[in-house]
Design a protein around this ligand. Structure first.
Ligand SMILES: [Zn+2]
Length: 284
């Protein structure tokens, strides 16, 4: 090969290597790894308002397992957001709100099948000591009506079920307040203290995370939660989480009855802080 040609090849390859390194440095400095916290309420035979159909839920969980996602509990998240641990790539948190009976019947077996961790935020005044043979599980509107009528066994999980899930080492039970009511500022401290006491007493574990119903909270709520001994506070605000955003206003991403393509897109976007913010700025 002629000498000038060798020189051209040499510099072309060298230039390529430098360009790649430069692009990689830029990418790493612009992107910040984030923890997406996925928000679910119900899993039932078919999807509807805030209910994920069993088929799609199974596909979503299988996707997490196949792609090697690391699911975490509240203790893991506290360590990461407080800077005591670094998040492995593909870290994600799965959360369920309210404590509906279908969580036990449909969601838990799938989580167990794929050995995925999840956090269940329960409304402690809805959790009961009853047992019921339920053939079909009510959807959200009906669940709310059953709770209002005091028919908790037909709508919500029992303490025994919560204990069994806790014992599996996969499910982390935490507070979604005691009453799920829009409380005034004076009432919230008592409410979340009751909830914490019940979870810790009935399940022999620490309860240091609370999820605000309807995402309603303010500075007084935050200071009351800290005073009551909570360390992680979950909202319904859309977005993702980094050490910079901290543990007191944890954002979440609502996961509806969506297939794997949309689910994957949500995970990809919200696993990166910069991309998540950009996406929300454009599409929110
Ligand atoms: Zn709720």
């Amino acid at each position: 090969m002629q000498k000038p040609l060798i020189i051209v090849y040499y510099y072309t390859i060298l230039g390529g290597v430098y360009c790649f390194q430069f692009a990689s440095i830029c990418y790493n400095s612009l992107t910040v790894k984030a923890i997406p916290v996925l928000m679910y309420h119900h899993v039932n035979t078919a999807g509807s308002f805030i209910t994920v159909g069993l088929r799609n839920f199974e596909r979503q969980m299988a996707f997490l397992k196949d792609r090697g996602y690391r699911t975490i509990n509240t203790e893991d998240l506290a360590d990461i957001l407080n800077g005591n641990a670094t998040a492995a790539s593909n870290t994600v948190m799965i959360t369920f709100d309210d404590g509906w009976a279908d969580n036990w019947h449909y969601a838990y077996p799938v989580l167990r099948k794929y050995a995925l961790k999840a956090v269940f935020f329960v409304v402690t005044s809805w959790i009961h000591d009853g047992t019921a043979e339920i053939g079909t599980f009510p959807y959200h509107k009906e669940c709310k009506a059953l709770v209002a009528e005091g028919r908790l066994i037909e709508a919500a999980m029992s303490w025994e079920q919560l204990r069994e899930m806790e014992d599996s080492g996969l499910i982390d039970i935490q507070s979604h307040t005691h009453t799920h009511k829009k409380l005034d500022e004076d009432g919230i401290y008592q409410d979340i203290t009751t909830s914490k006491g019940l979870i810790e007493g009935r399940l022999s574990k620490k309860c240091e995370a609370v999820c605000w119903p309807w995402g309603i909270y303010n500075d007084k709520y935050i200071s009351d939660a800290l005073r009551a001994g909570y360390k992680l506070l979950f909202t319904t605000e859309l977005g993702t989480n980094t050490q910079k955003t901290g543990p007191l206003e944890i954002k979440r991403i609502a996961i509806g009855d969506i297939g794997v393509v949309k689910f994957r897109k949500k995970l990809f976007i919200h696993s990166d802080d910069g991309l998540s913010k950009l996406y929300l700025r454009i599409f929110k």
